[in-house]
Ligand binder design. Structure first.
Ligand code: NAP
Length: 302
């Protein structure tokens, strides 16, 4: 059972205190949109230089996770993975207050979601399993799709989703079950297949001396066309891999989560495994900080 709601942009609860832990590509954009929506925003990032510019947007830049969550109505974690989210929340403990909402938006996977929800229960936090779909540009425009599990009538959480997203897909009321994280892994398996797929298509074209524009013209407007493949392909062809919208090492982490989740459920995913290996190899070749479209380079020795 799942249901959709369009966000209403500004029509909901304002003046919340919202803490954003992790101000990388996604967290920084979300923090800016929360500030723009009129909320009091408190931010923390491991490397302070990424959090500091948010002061210009009115955010309080905290020196520790515990300071960042002081007085928070809602805490958002937007960190690399589940272990990082758990570690940062442990460090936030002195500032946590019972009843605060924890919107866990890191792509953590289903297993880690269980450990995170147990931490939330132990500290009397209202937990939301709330990964997002959409990359840097939709994050900056406040147009993410939020996949959310938790108490769907919570006004504070909805106000936060309203500020960062254009659409909320509710997947269940029980955040500990990981239904939003499961949907996120399914969606990302498609995203990563498309990214690796276009990488291999372009590599083959290069090897065979085919102009890649001929390929794109061939599929344009027909059932084989895919906007996302075109987007990632053009990043490679125009050498626009930095700064990343979706970092290659982040994609490698997501690919591992997908493969592990499938194995746990005795599902064989040949392509996802091969894709994970492409990301690993491209990272080894020095493309880890570039956009995941750089998986293209896994087709070549250097
Ligand atoms: P990012 O720019 O690499 O940011 C990752 C953040 O995690 C940074 O703040 C980083 O701190 C922090 N971090 C990493 N390891 C840490 C640790 N051990 N302890 C404390 N902090 C740690 O990545 P992003 O693209 O914003 O992604 C954030 C999350 O959103 C990931 O789970 C990703 O899968 C998910 N996501 C990303 C996209 C996308 O298109 N980019 C879309 C949807 C979901 P430092 O700055 O100090 O390294």
């Amino acid at each position: 059972m799942w249901w959709l709601s369009d966000t209403t942009k500004g029509a909901s609860m304002s003046e919340l205190t919202v803490s954003v832990l992790g101000t990388g590509i996604m967290g920084a954009a979300m923090a800016r949109n929360l500030a723009r929506a009129g909320h009091a925003v408190r931010v923390w990032n491991r490397s302070k230089d990424k959090a500091r510019p948010l002061a210009e947007h009115g955010a309080h830049v905290a020196g520790s996770p515990a300071e960042a969550v002081e007085g928070a109505d809602v805490i958002i974690t937007m960190l690399h993975d589940g272990p990082a989210a758990l570690d940062v929340m442990r460090r936030a403990v002195p500032g946590l207050r019972p009843g605060a909402r924890w919107v866990q938006s890191t792509t953590a996977g289903v297993e880690a979601n269980r450990a995170l929800s147990e931490f939330a229960a132990a500290h009397e936090l209202v937990f939301f399993d709330a990964p997002v779909l959409g990359t840097k540009e939709p994050a900056e425009a406040g147009k993410l799709t939020v996949l959310a599990a938790g108490p769907s009538d919570d006004a504070a959480a909805n106000a936060v989703f309203d500020a960062v997203g254009a659409r909320i897909v509710w997947t269940g009321e029980d955040a500990s079950a990981g239904s939003a994280s499961s949907l996120k892994l399914v969606a990302n398996s498609w995203v990563l297949l498309l990214t690796n797929g276009i990488g291999e298509v372009l590599a083959l074209a290069k090897g065979l001396g085919v102009d890649p524009r001929q390929f794109f013209e061939l599929i344009e407007g027909g059932p084989l066309d895919a906007g996302y493949a075109e987007l990632k392909g053009s990043m490679v062809l125009n050498d626009r891999l930095s700064p990343a919208s979706f970092g290659l090492d982040t994609a490698a982490k997501d690919a591992r989560l997908i493969v592990e989740a499938a194995e746990r459920h005795e599902v064989r995913l040949d392509l996802a495994k091969a894709g994970a290996e492409r990301f690993r190899r491209a990272s080894e070749l020095g493309h880890g900080e570039e956009d995941m479209a750089a998986s293209y380079y896994a087709s070549f020795d250097q």
